[in-house]
Design a protein around this ligand. Structure first.
Ligand SMILES: Cc1cc2nc3c(=O)[nH]c(=O)nc-3n(C[C@H](O)[C@H](O)[C@H](O)COP(=O)(O)OP(=O)(O)OC[C@H]3O[C@@H](n4cnc5c(N)ncnc54)[C@H](O)[C@@H]3O)c2cc1C
Length: 504
């Protein structure tokens, strides 16, 4: 306590009174997620520059105070802005400048507070012909926080961390490094080459607690002239395997250049509507007869397939459509192709939207507000995202675990299969509940842990972790735990940075 008081004084001297917050409203917000947490927050620090981040960490290092960074703190479903362990929050939201933009070489360099909606508006204002991947999460989410979590989005650069370079990282001791060629003076290729000469360090700082990233470059993709939305429904879930086999073929050969998504009925219904409390008289999980009724009411099928074909010319778009139709037609008989012009100008462009946030209110008894604030509103929401090789057999095996298990805990299996790359899909499960219902917080966490355990035992491990499970409950077979401990001890000798987040 004495050390915290000393640290607060030192941080106030460095950042000014206004940027070291310890009022109850701020702290309450910082310790509330969309599921139960017990972590305490001593203060929220709001540095405005890399130099101030360095000063914050030097003080934390000297006084041994745990500090966890957030960029926008919108990691909803994985813990929002709550750290894995009690400590102080380093909120990087004030560092929200776009530092560099190059239309010709197609890149954007930003600070951690830059959000998806801000970056999108920046490109729009300049009439740019380039696009950034867009996520289905809150538009106020940060580019850097998302990339460091190895988030997924739409567009050709949807596997987001694959398309970044030039990280500036402040280490827990206050030292600062740049990854790639940018470490040298006047490096001309700092924003266009990932590695440079020597070991590549970028990956070390994603999904880890080894440094605070204060700058990152995102490679942008040219907006294609011709876009077509491809949609289809699967009335028979046994067709999922064959569909995924065919989608892999389209992905591998390059006809399909971005992630496809397969949503089950619960996922579609949770975005379109809410749990039918009246009709079910409070019974959960949704009884099969009501599931069928709700499907009919909302015009929803067991599974929905969507992806976008991009091509530089009408002739190439037509050829891609014919190819996709040929490959998919037997597995998805009712496939529709819609030109972007038919949907409205720019309708298929990567515009950040809050549309999907409605799903967090599925089990609430009042409608979602215009501006969702799920933590305030007591929405219960937990993600589990695991990696599944892109074959029909693997998908069927993983689904045979993920579909029945949530029902045993009283939750609908809300599922999405995301074709993030040609070889690997993410099976993303949402556990949705109402935190105001007694006992649900505990049941939802138990469901998450059981699902993670069952999928892991079958070899399908998470692609990303939330603070509901900050370290995987499986023992690696190799020497990685010792090597990672050595790295952590070397870079963070007092273990002050985000303790318990991915690494001890
Ligand atoms: C309905 C819904 C849909 C969603 N859809 C998607 C989706 O399509 N794709 C997707 O990827 N996610 C999705 N999400 C999850 C989440 O909202 C996003 O991933 C979001 O980008 C994470 O929040 P953030 O960017 O504000 O990161 P933050 O909350 O700021 O940070 C996330 C993590 O990274 C660490 N971190 C943050 N900044 C730094 C830094 N500068 N240096 C070091 N470590 C740092 C933090 O400690 C934290 O562990 C969705 C969520 C919801 C509720």
């Amino acid at each position: 306590m004495e050390r915290l008081r000393e640290a607060l004084e030192a941080w106030r001297r460095e950042l000014g009174e206004d940027h070291v917050l310890a009022d109850e409203a701020t702290l309450a917000r910082a310790r509330t997620a969309t599921f139960a947490t017990t972590q305490e927050i001593g203060a929220v620090l709001r540095p405005g520059s890399t130099e101030e981040v360095r000063a914050c960490l030097r003080i934390a290092h000297e006084l041994r105070i745990p500090v966890t960074p957030v960029s926008a703190g919108r990691n909803q479903g994985y813990g929002s802005r709550v750290p894995a362990r009690s400590g102080v929050l380093l909120d990087l939201g004030r560092m929200n400048r776009v530092l560099e933009f190059d239309e010709e070489l197609a890149y954007l360099t930003v600070e951690p507070g830059v959000s998806f909606e801000q970056a999108h508006a920046f490109l729009e204002e300049r009439g740019s012909r380039l696009q950034l991947a867009t996520i289905g999460g809150p538009p106020q989410s940060s580019l850097i926080g998302n990339a460091l979590e190895r988030g997924d989005g739409t567009g050709p650069h949807g596997d987001i961390f694959q398309y970044v370079c030039g990280l500036e990282v402040v280490l827990p001791t206050g030292e600062c490094l740049r990854t790639g060629p940018g470490r040298y003076p006047h490096a001309q290729a700092a924003s266009v080459l990932r590695w440079g000469a020597g070991p590549g360090l970028d990956g070390l700082f994603s999904q880890s607690n080894l440094g605070v990233v204060t700058r990152m470059t995102f490679w942008l993709a040219p907006r294609a002239a011709c876009l077509r939305l491809v949609s289809g429904v699967l009335e028979d879930p046994s067709q999922l395997g064959p569909v995924v086999e065919r989608l892999r073929l389209l992905r591998m050969e390059g006809t399909l250049r971005e992630a496809f998504s397969l949503w089950n009925d619960y996922k579609v219904m949770s975005v379109l509507g809410q749990y039918p409390w009246g009709e079910t008289r409070g019974l959960t999980p949704l009884p099969e007869s009501h599931r069928a009724k709700l499907r009919a009411k909302l015009n929803v099928s067991p599974w929905h397939l969507n992806f976008v074909l991009e091509a530089p010319s009408e002739a190439q778009a037509q050829a891609a459509q014919e190819r996709a139709e040929h490959v998919l037609k037997e597995a998805v008989p009712a496939l529709s192709f819609t030109r972007e012009e038919e949907l409205g100008p720019g309708a298929l462009r990567q515009v950040p939207s809050a549309r999907n946030l409605r799903m967090m209110y599925w089990r609430k008894r009042s409608p979602p507000p215009e501006v969702p604030e799920p933590e305030r509103d007591g929405c219960g929401f937990i993600w589990l995202s695991c990696a599944v090789p892109m074959t029909g057999t693997h998908l069927e095996t993983a689904l045979a675990i993920a579909e029945p298990l949530p029902l045993r805990f009283g939750f609908e299996p809300n599922l999405c299969v995301l074709g993030v790359s040609a070889r690997c899909a993410y099976l993303v499960v949402a556990i949705i509940y109402d935190r105001e219902v007694e006992g649900e917080d505990a049941r939802a966490l138990a469901c998450h842990h059981a699902l993670q355990q069952a999928l892991g035992e079958a070899g399908y491990y998470p692609a990303r972790l939330g603070i509901q499970s900050p370290v995987l409950p499986f023992t690696p077979e190799d020497d990685s735990p010792r090597v990672l401990r050595t790295l952590k001890a070397a870079l963070d000798p007092h273990g002050i940075l985000a303790p318990g987040r991915y690494l001890p």
